[in-house]
Design a protein around this ligand. Structure first.
Ligand SMILES: Cc1cc2nc3c(=O)[nH]c(=O)nc-3n(C[C@H](O)[C@H](O)[C@H](O)COP(=O)(O)OP(=O)(O)OC[C@H]3O[C@@H](n4cnc5c(N)ncnc54)[C@H](O)[C@@H]3O)c2cc1C
Length: 474
């Protein structure tokens, strides 16, 4: 096992170093005091920083804030020219849009606490007026109540028993005894077990396939079951997970965290290597700049960990996780701008059907309407409006497409995947080791949360935990 216990048990803290240097008093670092050269000179120690955080997504920014609150000198190294990672607030059609993570649920505990802390309001999606769902005779229109109700009836059968095997959803292995056999199942295995009618199968397999990255054979049944449990074990709870957004965008929450903690953030600084000598950690960027710290929080996507050279090498569970991948690698999110006409329509396709299996209405614009859509089909060119229009037509929805804005998260070098969706056996074989420390390193990512893995809430949860580990508190 690669856990080595609290980091602080093996190294002097900044406070003890200052005492050793004869400093009369230790004060919380002011902004001026976070300049690395001055700090290193003061303590006479070799470390430029107390903690380096690699990655400025929700996990990294949360960890940085928590460590600053503990008086640590924190440097955040971010590969991109922006913070936010797999969340990305942008504009399109005159509206604020999210090119990555979007929906939040006020009952998600870690996210909810942040909304309260920074007094950030949520905005509710306007209600869907009609749903197009696949049937054996082709796409059919349902009222939202009927359509989502029918889907819910199948999901309730599918996830029957979660109250027992995910009795404590934030301790996912609380009933490891029951999960051993369930975690071997793919979503496809579970659908087969239920012996669904063709009508029932078509109501849900587009959703199971898209979440798992394109095929129900790719994703673990326990992953979706875990989300269902976290959402309160009900269809209503599950539907609520795609209902609320942060009114001012995910960026507003990140910015509030940064404004409070004021960590030093260096953008456009991809990390190439991390060398833990036992007494210090050296972090070197691709441009060759080297920084040192007494602890490092690695807050990169799990799929991208393989792009950094770690010495000593990563713990076995994380090596396996990054080689297998946790986030789905075919994850394209599209924003489709269409002229008025189709209205507030929800479209869902069958597994293996349309290259765009999920379409949701967003907001009216001066020219028409914005829709959010997802694709996991590598054959789709999301910049080709004719292809997009045809794919949406396969759902039964006719859109007069004005334009499309899309991001391919799988091909994004600093993500290498979209939302997390574990594969069979990953929960029972990799947890909890993926969350353990290794030497002076701790690991944060929404991909390895105990609760809402694959969500912003999970990223915040992991950032809080990694900060406690880096501070030597656990
Ligand atoms: C299309 C899509 C839709 C989603 N929808 C939702 C949703 O509706 N609701 C929800 O809650 N969640 C959603 N998610 C998931 C959510 O966005 C993520 O779980 C969360 O943002 C992950 O945060 P993180 O900090 O763990 O990782 P990231 O946000 O990926 O942050 C990691 C950071 O590390 C940086 N990095 C990578 N490599 C290096 C390197 N070598 N050196 C330095 N920095 C590096 C990256 O640039 C990035 O900024 C969605 C995700 C996607 C992609």
């Amino acid at each position: 096992m690669h856990t080595t216990g609290p980091i602080s048990g093996r190294r002097p803290t900044r406070r003890t170093l200052l005492k050793a240097a004869g400093a009369a008093a230790v004060t919380a670092p002011t902004l001026a005091a976070v300049a690395p050269a001055a700090s290193a000179a003061t303590v006479g120690a070799a470390a430029d920083w107390d903690v380096i955080v690699i990655g400025a997504g929700f996990a990294g920014i949360t960890a940085a804030r928590e460590l600053r609150a503990r008086g640590k000198r924190v440097l955040v190294l971010e590969a991109r020219d922006r913070i936010g990672g797999r969340t990305w607030t942008d504009t399109y059609g005159g509206q604020l849009i999210e090119r990555g993570g979007t929906w939040v649920e006020p009952t998600q505990p870690y996210l909810g606490a942040e909304l309260t802390r920074y007094k950030l309001a949520l905005e509710e999606d306007e209600p869907i007026s009609t749903t197009w769902l696949p049937t054996p005779k082709g796409p059919r229109q349902f009222t939202p109540e009927d359509g989502f109700g029918r889907m819910g009836t199948v999901f309730e059968r599918m996830f029957d028993g979660t109250r027992t095997y995910f009795e404590k959803p934030f301790q996912p292995l609380h009933r490891a005894d029951l999960l051993q056999s369930l975690d071997k199942l793919t979503l496809r295995d579970r659908l087969t077990q239920l012996a669904l009618t063709p009508e029932e199968e078509l109501l849900v397999n587009g959703q199971t396939a898209v979440y798992a990255g394109g095929s129900s054979t790719a994703g673990a049944f326990t992953m979706f079951a875990h989300w269902w449990a976290l959402a309160g074990h009900t269809n209503a709870g599950w539907n609520d997970t795609m209902r609320w957004r942060i009114a001012k965008g995910t960026k507003a929450l990140l910015q509030a965290m940064v404004d409070e903690a004021k960590p030093t953030i260096k953008l456009s600084s991809p990390v190439a290597s991390v060398n833990d000598t036992g007494s210090l950690v050296y972090v070197t960027t691709t441009s060759g700049t080297r920084y040192s710290a007494t602890a490092v929080v690695v807050a990169m996507p799990v799929n991208a960990l393989s792009t950094v050279k770690f010495s000593p090498s990563l713990p076995a569970a994380l090596t396996t996780a990054t080689s297998q991948g946790i986030a789905v690698t075919n994850a394209v999110k599209l924003w489709i701008h269409a002229r008025k006409g189709a209205g507030r329509v929800y479209g869902q396709g069958a597994e293996g059907g349309s290259p765009i299996p999920m379409l949701l209405p967003f907001k009216e614009t001066s020219e028409g309407m914005l829709y959010v859509a997802f694709s996991t089909d590598p054959g789709l060119d999301p910049t080709n409006t004719a292809q997009v229009k045809k794919a949406v037509q396969q759902l039964g929805v006719n859109l007069d497409v004005i334009g499309v804005k899309a991001h391919d998260w799988g091909r994004d070098p600093y993500a290498r995947g979209g939302w997390a969706f574990r594969k069979p056996k990953q929960l029972t074989t990799l947890y909890p080791e993926v969350t353990f420390t290794s030497g002076r390193l701790s690991f944060a990512s929404g991909d390895i949360a105990n609760g809402w893995s694959g969500y912003i809430d999970g990223a915040i949860e992991s950032g809080l935990r990694a900060a406690r580990q880096a501070a030597g508190e656990e």
